[in-house]
Design a protein around this ligand. Structure first.
Ligand code: SAM
Ligand code: SF4
Ligand code: SF4
Length: 362
């Protein structure tokens, strides 16, 4: 096994104001989701349906995407304001060439408290087998892999790909072998599409050290076929799991954790439930998102972002960017999921036009 180099830590920049910065609902800024690309090699029907994201879809050109230098500058500014964790996402982040270089640079950052920045990655796993070791060597510590079925036919239908499930399982195994920990698996459940996969997934991952988390199907931008009827609630999913495997509730990992976790009664692993629709957690939402083209979104369901590019030029000090971020976060009042039933139709009967998930990152 290769020796894993510890990242060289860079001291934090001084915060322009005392961290933590609070929004109008007194929520601190703790997490950054950084989208590195808006393209994907899958066309999951709940995220990038092929009818919408076809061959002529106007994805960002490479020149429109943030450079790694700009991303690192953004990360430093967020660190100054209290961010402790950066999740790299997309689109499919492993399609971004040289991602290991970015991971290495982000892993070298320090939080406002002087701790190493916690770097995580969310991926569809299709390209992970060949990259897990290099990502680990670059300083990645953990990974979340999205996988919606164990059965090939259901997986291929839902992710709209020709790849077999084995390809994703190989990626998961490689991540474990490389020492990434924890490795989590996220599964979106859509009623009538993959609810028959709940038990096969639990059976597969029991006893493997991999925490499986079920996510309620959300009405994010891109989920064009979403309706209330397509949502299987976390409570319903848990009932299916408990029909075969008794579960015991665990204490939350931290206040802003999105998943409610359970362990198998026989101690053979964990299962989590993310109830974004049926039990929204806006009250504890400490997440900011930056899209691959440098827009700041303060909610997954925002309709518009704040363009950060004016602060990303070489001549602009990182402190000025931090100050702009502080001002924007201080004005934040988002709580879409809590207001969902009112805002869904924006008063016109038309769907509420939120930013597409694949641009802003899950
Ligand atoms: N491509 C990577 C992946 O699939 O893991 C990263 C980006 S993807 C947008 C991040 C997460 O968003 C995935 O776990 C995916 O399942 C989830 N997601 C996308 N659309 C969703 C929806 N309509 N409801 C719930 N989760 C969704
Ligand atoms: Fe791609 Fe991830 Fe969206 Fe699926 S969920 S289409 S893998 S970005
Ligand atoms: Fe956070 Fe917006 Fe989701 Fe609420 S709806 S939890 S504010 S991202």
């Amino acid at each position: 096994m290769n020796a894993i180099a510890e990242p060289v830590l860079h001291p934090p920049i001084p915060a322009t104001t005392k961290a933590p910065v609070l929004d109008t609902l007194e929520r601190p800024l703790r997490d950054l989701r950084l989208s590195v690309i808006d393209q994907c090699n899958f066309r999951c029907t709940y995220c990038m349906p092929r009818e919408v994201f076809g061959a002529d879809y106007p994805f960002l050109r490479a020149s429109e995407r943030l450079s790694f230098d700009q991303m690192v500058k953004i990360a430093k500014a967020f660190a100054a304001l209290g961010v402790e964790k950066i999740r790299i996402t997309g689109g499919e982040p492993l399609l971004r060439r040289g991602l290991e270089t970015l991971v290495e640079r982000l892993a070298g950052l320090t939080t406002a408290n002087g701790k190493p920045m916690d770097i995580a990655l969310t991926t569809n796993g299709s390209l992970l087998a060949a990259r897990a070791r290099a990502l680990r060597d670059a300083g990645l510590r953990r990974v979340t892999v999205s996988l919606d079925a164990i059965d090939d036919a259901v997986f291929r239908r839902m992710s709209d790909t020709d790849l077999p499930v084995a390809r994703i399982l190989d990626g998961i195994e490689a991540a474990q072998a490389a020492g990434l920990a924890p490795v989590k698996v996220n599964t979106v459940i859509e009623r009538g599409v993959n609810d028959g996969q709940i038990l096969p997934l639990v059976r597969h991952f029991r006893g493997t050290d991999i925490a499986l988390r079920f996510i309620e199907y959300m009405d994010v931008g891109g989920a064009s076929t979403w309706s209330n009827a397509t949502v299987l609630t976390a409570r319903e999913i848990r009932a299916v799991v408990e029909s075969e495997f008794p579960l015991v509730a665990l204490a939350p990992e931290h206040a802003s954790a999105t998943a409610v976790n359970y362990r198998h009664a026989d101690a053979r692993g964990q299962v989590g439930f993310i109830a974004s629709i049926s039990q929204p957690f806006c009250g504890d939402c400490t997440r900011a998102r930056v899209s691959a083209d440098g827009q700041l979104y303060t909610c997954l369901f925002a309709t518009r972002g704040t363009d950060l590019k004016p602060w990303l030029g070489d001549a602009e000090p990182v402190e000025a960017l931090a100050e702009a971020l502080r001002r924007r976060w201080s004005a934040r009042d988002d709580r879409y999921s809590e207001l969902r039933s009112i805002r869904r139709t924006s008063g016109t009967g038309k769907p509420y036009p939120t930013v597409r998930m694949s641009l802003v990152g899950g």
